[in-house]
Ligand binder design. Structure first.
Ligand code: ADP
Ligand code: NI
Length: 222
């Protein structure tokens, strides 16, 4: 794998931070800088526990949303942007391939993305990203995203859909609450690492508690 010294690593990481901040700093769709920051911190914490390559985890976590198709003309444009950045910043081909493999396979895509992460570092970054879509922060992000898309919080006649195709998942007119069933509540069972599984338990429980309270308030029962 990589043979960078600590100064070289620091330079690449700092440069990645600047790049990502410039790309995502102003985003309000749930992909803002602070999401990236949280995912990076969490990925590094899990990486330490799992004795994984921390540099790869940190770099992949920092770059993981730059190529997101929601923020680019299409997926390919986004990936090329990251590829170019890796080259321009002197990241060697092997490390670059590792990073690109991680960020192109980690997305949930409505559960239609079935490919397993091929490296421990990929598993870690995927867990960290998914954990940020759960719990109190996950709920905040869903509400922000629904607002961003002009979608309602809830509609009692709209039932969550199952087995969505990727097209339906992306173009869906679903409410924020439907998204809990289409994604958030499914994430617990997709965790790769032990620490991810542990953290997911608590965050999942919080989602359940939230929904229970939500429906009780909706029906004016609490
Ligand atoms: P991530 O960056 O974590 O891989 P996404 O790109 O799928 O996740 O979405 C960013 C955030 O917006 C997540 O918190 C996700 O749950 C939320 N989100 C995505 N699609 C929807 C939707 N259709 N309705 C409400 N929230 C959504
Ligand atoms: Ni993300």
């Amino acid at each position: 794998m990589n043979t960078y010294g600590s100064a070289a690593k620091e330079k690449i990481i700092n440069s990645a931070r600047e790049f990502v901040y410039a790309e995502l700093g102003g985003d309000s769709s749930g992909h803002d800088w602070w999401h990236v920051h949280r995912v990076t911190e969490l990925a590094m914490t899990i990486a330490e526990k799992e004795s994984a390559n921390i540099f790869i985890c940190e770099l992949a976590a920092l770059l993981h949303d730059v190529a997101d198709e929601k923020l680019n003309k299409d997926e390919e444009t986004g990936i090329n942007k990251v590829k170019l950045w890796l080259k321009d910043n002197g990241v060697d081909d092997v490390t670059a391939a590792d990073i690109l493999e991680i960020i192109t396979t980690m997305s949930f895509k409505g559960g239609t993305q079935k490919r397993e992460m091929s490296t421990l570092e990929g598993k870690i970054v995927q867990d960290a990203d998914r954990l940020d879509a759960m719990g109190a922060i996950g709920i905040s992000r869903v509400m922000c995203y629904a607002g961003f898309k002009g979608r309602p919080i809830h509609h009692p006649d709209m039932k969550p859909r199952d087995n969505l195709t990727l097209e339906e998942y992306r173009s869906g007119k679903d409410t924020a609450i439907m998204h809990f069933y289409e994604k958030l509540l499914k994430l617990k069972d997709t965790m790769n690492t032990n620490m991810g599984k542990d953290l997911a338990e608590g965050r999942h429980q919080f989602l359940e508690t939230y929904l229970e309270q939500f429906y009780a308030e909706w029906d004016a029962k609490r």
